[in-house]
Ligand binder design. Structure first.
Ligand code: GAP
Length: 458
């Protein structure tokens, strides 16, 4: 596979042309940092979420799922600290009226040599003035002072104007897991350590450019909170770092495209924190986070709700508030990494190039494409299609030459093409073409079913 074959422009173009991801509200001129998944993209994203759920919930001995409400009592966000401190330092360019994050301006001006995470707003302001950091859009130096900008989207509830209350679209799914800690523990009779996982939408009023689906204002998170006893937290933190890394390797990521990034600056309650970064087309960026959050989250919810959230050990009778190891990954950000990793432009022996997406077969939108060699073989092809559809996500194509049809499937990463030809009429077998090697074998329909089941498992 060619290294760094892909640029963001190529990925965006391929995704649009092949029904993977479209610009949001496109016919109205779009809407910044929003994207819509098309027929192929929704299958890929669902498969990513399914693989994650299987690994971290279904196959786990002691993890349970929830699907909590997006809209939560506003006190949740006071307890979590989001209403006071979930903000970015922003500056407006008075010349071209664009909005920017001060920390991002410093990071790109210093080419990563200065870490703005450790700077106060005053220090950032001073840096920007002393280094005369110009607006990256219009090139002018005409800034407003830095102001903090809360990233939560506000809305209101109530049937009359008088009864309106400010509420928020959740900026992370994690709080739905924390507030249900005792509900899950009691109904499952789980003993600490145990986990609560959730996949769902989160919303952030991001002001920085998104880099396609890397940073959007509406996105899906896959989050897993592991509740454990103080003293065991460090070992579980390391275990989750490894599990998160292994999950990516098993999806087919190259080890050299992934790296750990341990955080130097920790929140006051955190014991440890790291990201796994991926080598995206725009460079190394955070793909997911693993945090040792101490007993902060449950303690804060206990304090703000007035409800006890202590766990009682059934053997020792000891009461304590568990520590939390959080593993959090964006489904869309993982999708971008999966697309980047899979993309390849291959030069064939005859000098032609083919675009091919080398997805793990479990992640590919379709496990197979059924292709009648000629249109008069369509009845036999449709019979096979109907049989396979009961077990797998499969597609059908009878338009154009067989070579063109193979290329179309290569571009969306379909791992196997099943061709119905004249031998099918004779002996019932079909040609199975492998996307990556382009080698072909012949199998009967029943053999195709067990072949796909084995090859496409995760
Ligand atoms: N509960 C912890 C939490 O939300 P985070 O680092 O802010 O932590 C976790 O977010 C993950 O969610 C990130 O590593 C990233 O994969 C994803 N994510 C965060 N903001 C995002 C955005 N604006 N667009 C897409 N994905 C995002």
């Amino acid at each position: 596979m060619a290294e760094n074959a892909v640029t963001m422009e190529k990925l965006v173009a391929l995704c649009k042309a092949r029904g993977i991801v479209f610009p949001g509200s496109e016919i109205y001129g779009g809407m910044g940092n929003t994207w819509d998944y098309g027929p192929v993209g929704v299958e890929i994203k669902n498969n990513i979420k399914r693989a994650w759920w299987k690994r971290f919930v279904a196959e786990s001995d002691n993890s349970f799922g929830v699907d909590a409400a997006i809209l939560m009592n506003s006190r949740v966000w006071e307890a979590s600290g989001h209403t006071t401190s979930f903000s970015d330092p922003k500056m407006d360019c008075k010349s071209c009226k664009t909005r920017h994050r001060a920390d991002t301006l410093i990071e790109s001006h210093s080419k990563g040599t200065v870490n703005p995470d450790t700077m106060s707003n005053e220090e950032m302001q001073k840096y920007i003035e002393e280094h005369h950091v110009n607006c990256p859009v219009c090139g002018q130096f005409n800034w407003t002072p830095i102001r903090t900008f809360n990233l939560m989207f506000e809305t209101s509830r109530g049937v009359t104007d008088e009864s309106q209350n400010k509420i928020y679209l959740r900026p992370e799914t994690a709080q739905g897991e924390f507030v249900n800690f005792l509900n899950v523990q009691r109904t499952t009779r789980a003993k600490v350590p145990f986990g609560i996982a959730q996949i769902g939408k989160a919303f952030r009023n991001e002001i920085t450019p998104g880099n396609f689906i890397f940073r959007t204002i509406e996105f899906e998170q896959m989050e897993h909170q592991w509740f454990c006893k103080e003293g065991t937290d460090e070992a579980y933190y390391n275990e989750f770092k490894q599990k998160a890394f292994d999950f990516l390797l098993d999806l087919g990521f190259k080890r050299e495209h992934l790296r750990f990034h341990d955080h130097d600056k920790l929140a006051h309650y955190a014991r440890a924190a790291c990201d796994i970064q991926y080598l995206y087309p725009m460079g190394w960026q955070e793909l997911n986070g693993i945090h040792n959050r101490s007993d902060y989250d449950l303690s804060r919810h206990q304090e703000y709700s007035g409800k006890t959230l202590t766990y009682v050990d059934p053997v020792s009778g000891e009461r304590y508030i568990p520590y939390v190891i959080e593993y959090s990954i964006g489904a869309d950000r993982l999708m971008l990494a999966v697309l980047t990793e899979a993309y390849d432009e291959e030069t064939l022996e005859n000098g032609e190039t083919r675009n091919v997406m080398h997805f793990h077969p479990a992640i590919a939108a379709y496990k197979a494409a059924v292709l009648p060699l000629q249109k008069n073989l369509a009845p036999q092809a449709k019979e096979l299609l109907a049989k396979l559809k009961k077990r797998f996500s499969v597609t059908y194509d009878e338009a154009g030459s067989i070579g063109k049809r193979y290329r179309r499937q290569d571009e969306i990463g379909t791992p196997y093409c099943l061709t119905i030809d004249f031998d099918t009429l004779e002996n019932g077998t079909v040609t199975v073409r492998d996307r990556d090697t382009m080698e072909q074998i012949r199998l009967s329909p029943d053999e195709v079913i067990s072949f796909l089941a084995e090859k496409c498992a995760f």
